[in-house]
Design a protein around this ligand. Structure first.
Ligand SMILES: [Zn+2]
Length: 157
């Protein structure tokens, strides 16, 4: 079985149920991702998901790989063998990455992408143009039109 692309992986994992072949593809994808970025492994051993899956789709598509790559470079360079991700989530429209065993430079990488995230549509990865008003989220106009009521968002100032 050959490795699938990130886009194929995301479409597979968005299904509500999986067949045996999809499960094998998901596991294969995640094992290879964890081989490359050890810190993305969750505490369980089933490889049905990784920390990368906690990133909203648009962010993962747009900057997931560069975020992981930059973290890995610091971890390798500074020999941070205990580095662990504790939580990845979206809070007030921006990325939050909490970790353990890092240093100033891993923090700086996380901070950089926290800043980047507010300019990227969470749903599709295109540049964010609007902000939702009742809760804070940054989206492109196409996704906002598709998923929200017109009164629910406004242009980013
Ligand atoms: Zn979008």
């Amino acid at each position: 079985m050959s490795k699938i692309s990130l886009e194929e992986y995301l479409s597979l994992t968005s299904m509500s149920s999986y067949d045996k072949e999809s499960i094998e593809k998901i596991i294969l994808y995640n094992k290879s991702l964890v081989r490359k970025y050890k810190f993305l492994k969750l505490d369980n051993d089933d490889y049905m998901s990784t920390w990368a899956d906690m990133l909203p789709t648009g962010w993962r598509l747009k900057f997931g790989e560069s975020l992981f790559k930059e973290l890995k470079e610091v971890i390798k360079r500074d020999k941070l063998k205990d580095y662990k991700i504790v939580e990845i989530k979206e809070k007030f429209g921006v990325l939050r990455l909490y970790s353990f065993g890092g240093n100033e430079d891993t923090e700086a990488v996380a901070k950089k992408y926290e800043d980047v995230s507010q300019y990227v549509c969470q749903i599709c990865g295109k540049p964010a143009e609007v902000v939702t008003l009742n809760w804070i989220g940054f989206y492109c106009k196409d996704c906002a039109r598709k998923y929200f009521e017109e009164d629910d968002y406004g242009e980013i100032e």
